[in-house]
Design a binder for this molecule. Structure first.
Ligand SMILES: [Zn+2]
Length: 126
């Protein structure tokens, strides 16, 4: 058995930068989804004052559920990334596969900073 895999300071720094960049993108995405959601709600209120049997009503309801599920997903991702940021700083087990306890690998972590499993285990559990 070799020494346990550890992230170098440089790798840790690259990972932090990658996560912060992802968080930036998510913040923008959440802001525009929130605007879209507000627009749909406003349009819906307007539609309700018109005809109850307005066929637009169903389209609006569909759009609203689409946007709200995207919004939920984006917020979950953001929460996961924030947790990841803490885990990168804190040295306890970040980058270690929760399944086989092997090192996840810097390339995979850079592509998917919130990854909890190495690529082999992730493939197996799919
Ligand atoms: Zn594994």
């Amino acid at each position: 058995m070799g020494a346990p895999a550890q992230l170098t300071l440089r790798e840790r720094r690259s990972l932090r930068a990658a996560v912060l960049q992802d968080l930036d993108g998510l913040d923008g995405q959440i802001a525009s989804l929130t605007r879209a959601f507000d627009d749909i709600v406003a349009a819906n209120e307007q539609a309700n004052t018109d005809d109850e049997h307005d066929p637009e009503g169903t389209t609006i309801a569909f759009e609203r559920s689409q946007v709200s599920s995207l919004l939920r997903q984006a917020r979950d991702d953001r929460a996961a990334l924030r947790g990841t940021l803490d885990r990168i700083d804190d040295d306890t087990g970040y980058g270690v596969c929760t399944e086989c306890r092997g090192f996840i690998g810097i390339e995979r972590l850079l592509a998917l900073p919130a990854a909890a499993k190495c690529i082999a285990c992730a493939r197996m559990s799919r």
